[in-house]
Design a protein around this ligand. Structure first.
Ligand SMILES: [Zn+2]
Ligand SMILES: [Zn+2]
Length: 243
């Protein structure tokens, strides 16, 4: 992998075999981070962005190694590019969405009617949410709570973390304390009233995350932070919801 920024796609090296790919054409609150986690034997890609610029064109070396893609959940800004991967994992509760990713199922509609989500259209300049369709991209396998993904010299444990969506998963690496949190927690406004979201479930998910020995959080949006900030963000969310 090569770090770079061409104004449309940014590839950042986060050390420890971790890379973040970002689609700069989307505004940060709906710019799902694409996390690349390298093991000795294979590479795991957590989420796949909007996919307006095909990842195999934008970051061809991403596919130079055996690679498996995992959808943390199935919102459009996390699975738009998932069909580019031959091996696709998701939690069973959202598997039917990947098989038939209608705009309503991946929530591009009606969401994109109310939000100005793109800074620019990287392809034609005329992105139209109403006609945007994702191809069927059925999961090749599913992952559940407690599953361990072996990448060769590094192991990630799947946590079922509903709240933002029913089948949302996080990944935790016990050896390092790294939490790949996706949309369970990040340093920004949580989307907890959209279809499929549940505030009580999200509060319970946060309690679980608090009980993990987290050193660093690699979220689905916005910046990376440490375990202390994780506790502060969770406490702030709790206060907001109990007010
Ligand atoms: Zn998201
Ligand atoms: Zn989401």
């Amino acid at each position: 992998m090569q770090a770079r920024d061409d104004g449309t796609i940014r590839v950042e090296n986060h050390g420890d075999g971790l890379w973040r790919i970002e689609e700069l054409f989307a505004h940060p609150y709906c710019r799902g981070a694409i996390w690349v986690i390298d093991g000795a034997e294979r590479r795991l890609v957590l989420d796949a962005g909007w996919g307006l610029v095909p990842l195999d064109q934008a970051v061809p070396e991403l596919f130079d190694r055996p690679v498996v893609a995992l959808a943390s959940h199935t919102h459009f800004d996390h699975v738009g590019g998932l069909h580019r991967f031959a091996e696709r994992l998701v939690h069973p509760l959202e598997a039917s969405i990947l098989a038939d990713p209608t705009p309503e199922a991946v929530q591009s509609l009606p969401f994109l009617h109310g939000y100005d989500a793109l800074a620019f259209d990287p392809v034609s300049g005329g992105f139209d949410a109403d006609s945007w369709r994702l191809p069927p991209m059925p999961a090749t396998a599913t992952v559940e709570e407690g599953d361990r993904l072996e990448l060769g010299g590094r192991t990630l444990t799947v946590l079922h973390t509903p709240g933002h969506s029913p089948g949302h998963v996080c990944l935790f690496e016990e050896a390092t304390g790294f939490l790949f949190a996706a949309d369970a927690i990040y340093a920004g406004e949580m989307f907890d009233t959209i279809p499929g979201a549940s505030i009580p479930d999200l509060l319970a998910t946060h309690q679980r995350l608090l009980e993990l020995p987290v050193s660093r959080v690699f979220p689905g949006h916005f910046e990376v932070f440490d375990g202390r900030r994780l506790r502060k963000l969770i406490e702030a969310y709790r206060r907001e919801k109990s007010a």
